[in-house]
Design a protein around this ligand. Sequence first.
Ligand SMILES: Cc1cc2nc3c(=O)[nH]c(=O)nc-3n(C[C@H](O)[C@H](O)[C@H](O)COP(=O)(O)O)c2cc1C
Length: 333
Amino acid sequence: MITKNSTTQINSLNRGNMKTLVVLSHPDLESSIANKTIIEHIKKTVPTSQLEVRHLESLYPDYKIDIEKEQAALLNAGILIFQHPLYWYATPSILKKYLDDVMTWGFAYGTGGDKLKGKQFLQSITLGGSKESFTPLGYNRFSVEDILKPMQQSVYHMQMIYNLPLYSYRNAYVPEIYNSMWEVKETAIAHAKKLIEKIQDFSKGNQEKVEAFIHKWFSHFDRLDENGYFIQYLHKDVEFTFPGYGKMKGHPEFNEWYRSIKEKLEAPTKHEVQNLIIEETERNQFDIRFQVQFKAREKESQKEIDVVETENWKLIWDENSDRPIIEKYIVTI
Ligand SMILES: Cc1cc2nc3c(=O)[nH]c(=O)nc-3n(C[C@H](O)[C@H](O)[C@H](O)COP(=O)(O)O)c2cc1C
């Protein structure tokens, strides 16, 4: 059994920088139902210290964007959200101008232009059309994802982390003709809830996922689970050292070591993780240090084992598969 303890420290490059910047674009927010409702919900839910909403049309009614101010707001955030209605299969015009003016060479791309690298990006859009309309036989022909490809590529070019867009259909309200105000509000509230979940997910970062993984790993270990469970999280050239076994490398040697452990020990064993330090040295690369109080009983001799081990891991979080891969696993007494 694993005991979570109070001494966990999580350090990361991005820590403290998981503030959310919502760049909101809507030329007539007063008359808006969908975007206004979404923004109201976000403001009610996300703590003020963690959120900045910048409504471009209010800030720049003359369309003269203060580039320095906008870039400062971007630098101060770890999560960037573009919130807007779909206008002519794109963003409202000032948001396009924001891209042109603010995302400059040396800032967002080009030489030295890595200031947005590693930040989470999410485009959150309200659409007038229905789901069926965004299909090959519908009047909008293309899928929303197809229509948003230029933004997707822009985000890649700026080295941000692209997340699948969040969008909802049938947000337009034309009294007596299309939708009721109530329906549009309901849709917007559901949209806002999904957006808030996304923001909360981003804010957690991968450190918490790494911590949860470490505890899960040892709970499987304590059951002396099948080796396949462990192998799936080990790099094929994983380097590892265990007390009494010396240096080993790769899956076959891990399997051999684990087979001998299973032969020797009674299940369950007990690993109690203490003083856990998870350091994100580069994006998605973690140095992990902790102690483990390891208790077990040997099958043959019935001898009790009770030792404190020091563990040093190097782990990467693979973004494609959204799971951890251990590269180095050093255990010493
Ligand atoms: C200028 C303009 C262009 C629009 N273009 C599209 C479009 O290309 N596709 C679409 O589904 N809806 C389009 N719409 C509908 C809006 O996306 C919809 O009214 C909006 O998302 C509702 O949000 P709101 O209540 O915050 O204004 C357009 C609306 C306007 C005013």
